[in-house]
Design a protein around this ligand. Structure first.
Ligand SMILES: [Zn+2]
Length: 477
């Protein structure tokens, strides 16, 4: 029996693995370590299943209705494994399938004969089968399992499954159609990948439409490459813009006024990430996107200025936020502020897009509708946080906004708001006092004696100071 303390010692001892060895032993070590990873994954599966059963018993004893028992379990597994909630659910699903339905695959994983990924493949490929059919695939694959590659293993598992239950093929197709979706991911060089996971006929139709548009443009003498025309048409048709470059960007761009003036502090596009300062300037002056500059750059620059005014200075008029502090929900400017500050769900390792702006301390318990007591969460994390035994509190102190989440087992996880902008050295004090009042008009604001400028931001302060100052601006309004 290996105790928790011994397990911790074992992890520490791996750092001191005998290295005074020959290459034969090195290869042996690599193989053994690979088996160790498999065995560890099997152990995690057993622990997860035990944890779920125990949590369900506790929730039942606490009077939680049967259909709600088990909630928050995958969330705690995700936090313990430093993973997103979606992966937490996957880990638990894999664990339950292995422990309860696939004893042979589980045994192979436990002995380290297969990796966690191979076990995942078998579970994934049999997901549409009944538990009984799944057990059959498990039994029939056991001898081959350690000897097949990833792709072969997937094909074998699927083939046996089709034999057992041809209907599962149809169910799989229907299931796949239900999973259709569109995603965005940042790509290098300030590009983005927008992918649509579509039924094959629709996917082919999308591509054919873009190809046809490129062909007819080329026939009319368009000198851009086929790929460029297709990308341009893709944006035009999806956004309804007459030209792809006219996509409105101003609400999505968080930048300092100094970046507009030539400072190299990167800007931030919420939901995407940082972009270089020069690129941000090109965006507001219409030069980005591979087309020639807008003839009326001054006007466009003015649009950007108006936007900066709105973000930084409209708290000064006092109306919106003053109303917000009496409201029970974060909306308007305060919501925009929270989304810009947190960027993605605030639960550690979650990274899902923000759906809810939530009171850290519930308004029913006296929590205020203020930036400090707010956080951006994905829907799932917001629901998990409301479950019995979960606690959430703001950690007070200097620097960026921090929230501590405590799970029913008493484990605590702290999440710090990301830097809104990665600042490359702040301007010295007084930098804002000459002619910048139209951008950062803090003069005469309540609680802001000594304006002009951004009070409380000494030269060279960390980025947390800027965020704190913006929060102060909103509170003061
Ligand atoms: Zn989340």
């Amino acid at each position: 029996m290996l105790s928790t303390v011994e397990l911790e010692t074992m992890v520490g001892r791996l750092a001191h693995l005998d290295s005074d060895i020959d290459d034969t032993q090195r290869i042996t070590q690599l193989g053994l370590l690979e088996r160790l990873k498999g065995a560890a994954a099997a152990a995690q599966a057993r622990v997860s299943v035990d944890f779920e059963a125990s949590q369900r018993r506790e929730q039942a004893a606490a009077g939680l209705p049967a259909d709600q028992q088990g909630r928050g379990v995958a969330d705690q597994i995700a936090l313990a494994r430093h993973d997103s909630k979606v992966k937490g659910s996957r880990h638990l699903g894999l664990a339950k399938a292995l422990v309860k339905e696939m004893p042979h695959t589980m045994a192979a994983l436990t002995s380290g004969a297969i990796s966690e990924w191979r076990a995942t493949i078998v579970v994934r490929e049999t997901a549409v089968l009944s538990a009984a059919d799944r057990r059959q695939v498990d039994a029939r694959l056991v001898a081959e399992m350690p000897h097949l590659g990833d792709a072969q293993l997937a094909r074998r598992a699927r083939a046996i499954g089709y034999q057992l239950d041809a209907e599962s093929v149809l169910r799989r197709v229907r299931g796949a159609i239900r999973d259709r979706r569109v995603r965005i991911r940042p790509a290098p060089d300030t590009m983005a990948l927008v992918t649509g996971f579509l039924p094959v006929a629709q996917g082919v139709a999308v591509h054919a439409a873009l190809t046809a548009a490129a062909a007819s443009a080329k026939a009319l003498g368009d000198e851009r490459s086929k790929g460029q025309i297709m990308a341009h048409t893709f944006v035009q048709r999806l956004t309804g813009q007459t030209t792809a470059d006219a996509v409105p960007f101003e609400v999505q761009l968080v930048m300092t006024d100094r970046t507009l003036e030539g400072d190299d502090t990167p800007a931030q596009i919420p939901g995407f990430g940082p972009v270089p300062a020069a690129f941000a300037r090109d965006l507001v002056t219409g030069r980005a996107g591979g087309h020639s500059a807008d003839p009326d750059q001054a006007r466009l620059a003015e649009v950007a200025r108006v936007w900066v005014r709105r973000l930084f200075t409209s708290p000064a008029d006092g109306t919106l936020v003053a109303m917000d502090s009496r409201r029970r929900s974060f909306d308007g400017l305060l919501r925009r502020f929270l989304v810009a500050r947190d960027q993605v769900c605030r639960t550690r390792w979650c990274d899902a897009p923000i759906c809810h702006t939530d009171h850290v301390r519930a308004s029913a318990e006296g929590g205020e509708t203020m930036a400090d007591n707010g956080q951006g969460l994905c829907a799932r994390c917001n629901y998990a946080k409301e479950l019995p035994g979960w606690r959430c509190e703001v950690v007070t102190g200097q620097g960026r906004h921090r929230v501590r989440t405590t799970t029913p087992t008493g484990h605590s996880y702290e999440s710090t708001a990301p830097p809104v902008l990665v600042l490359g050295g702040l301007a010295p004090p007084g930098r804002y006092s000459s002619g910048d009042h139209d951008l950062l008009d803090t003069q005469g604001m309540p609680g802001m004696p000594g304006s002009p400028g951004l009070p409380g931001i000494p030269g060279g302060a960390d980025e947390g100071a800027l965020v704190t100052a913006f929060e102060a601006l909103i509170r003061a309004a």
